[in-house]
Design a binder for this molecule. Structure first.
Ligand code: AMP
Ligand code: MG
Length: 318
């Protein structure tokens, strides 16, 4: 083996082992475990049914930003690694016995290297993804506010010594969160509004109306605006959740696909279902587990939340 390659691997191995063996990694993992355990309990108490995650599907989230394609061939089909289970959430709600569901969903998004040091991006992560039939965005936002308070209370109860170490002022219970619109903050703060407002904020807040994927519902009362919402963590930690009311009518989905340039051929069966029987009206969201743990522990770089590095655009040994 070439000497420089051996050296490179040795350096990486050292860094890899340091990350694997760091005591703070275990602190954050314990917080993450408390988050997931409490989220399961909260979903159970609120009557959401758990679906197991899928890692391969003929269709997955087109996302509103580019990533490296991740797909395999199998059984004569092309299967994408899951970027999110948005379409499976909508389709599962075709079952009239199911009112609300959630998934602890591993996502593979091969983000480009320009996201390596944002502090917020991994190329694989887990989101807790949920969806309600016949509910609107206000319902979902209020549900998420309750979930945050429930989960934070559980984290404080289950790992008090870790909370004391990373958040000496502890985690407050939040009341109703402030709600802003993107156009309003952009006018006030300029193009970097999300980051600037997050840095200034001391409590999480909602940000409404983003132009993005075709499945987020356009507001029929105000075409060109969207019934979607992000939860932004304060102290500069940035986006923690995205959600929306969903497009469920065939012609509207087609129109939106045309606008975002989605591949109609790839979505032919989804479109067929929308045309033939219609998709249920639904609203939901998904939040990143690692990002919530990062916020609670005030970890600058999300790559420190995991024992195994998953930095965008970078190799990993394990
Ligand atoms: P999205 O619907 O794309 O906004 O993803 C849902 C949530 O997953 C986001 O709000 C983040 O909390 C989390 N998330 C998205 N992309 C990443 C990533 N590359 N690394 C870590 N977490 C992510
Ligand atoms: Mg998002």
């Amino acid at each position: 083996m070439q000497a420089d390659l051996v050296e490179e691997i040795a350096v990486s191995l050292e860094a890899t082992l340091a990350q694997l063996q760091s005591p703070s990694t275990v602190d954050v993992l314990q917080v993450q475990q408390a988050i997931v355990r409490a989220a399961h309990q909260f979903m159970f108490e609120r009557g959401l049914v758990q679906l197991m995650p899928l890692m391969l599907s003929p269709i997955t989230d087109p996302l509103n930003h580019g990533v490296v394609d991740a797909a395999i061939s199998y059984a004569g089909s092309r299967w994408s690694l899951t970027k999110s289970m948005i379409f499976h959430k909508q389709l599962a709600l075709l079952n009239p016995a199911l009112e609300a569901l959630y998934i602890v969903s591993p996502n593979v998004r091969l983000e480009f290297a320009d996201r390596a040091f944002t502090g917020r991006h991994l190329f694989e992560f887990t989101q807790i993804d949920f969806e309600f039939r016949n509910k609107d965005g206000a319902f979902v936002r209020s549900f998420m506010e309750d979930l945050i308070n429930y989960v934070f209370a559980a984290v404080k109860r289950d790992v008090p010594e870790v909370v004391a170490k990373y958040r000496p002022q502890s985690l407050p219970e939040f009341g109703k969160l402030d709600v802003y619109r993107t156009e309003e903050l952009e006018a006030q703060y300029g193009p970097d509004f999300e980051h600037l407002k997050s840095r200034e904020a001391t409590a999480p807040f909602w940000l409404l109306n983003h132009r993005r994927e075709f499945y987020d519902k356009e507001d029929p009362a105000q075409p060109g605006t969207y019934l979607n919402y992000d939860l932004i963590w304060p102290e500069g930690f940035g986006e923690g959740l995205s959600g929306a009311e969903r497009e469920n009518e065939y012609h509207q989905i087609l129109k939106r696909m045309g606008e975002t340039g989605a591949d109609k051929e790839a979505f032919q069966h989804y479109l067929q279902v929308a045309k033939q029987q219609g998709l249920p009206y639904s609203a939901g969201a998904g939040f990143g587990v690692e990002r919530m743990a990062r916020f609670i522990c005030r970890i600058k770089d999300i790559n420190d939340v995991t024992p195994f590095s998953r930095r965008p655009g970078m190799p990993a040994l394990f």
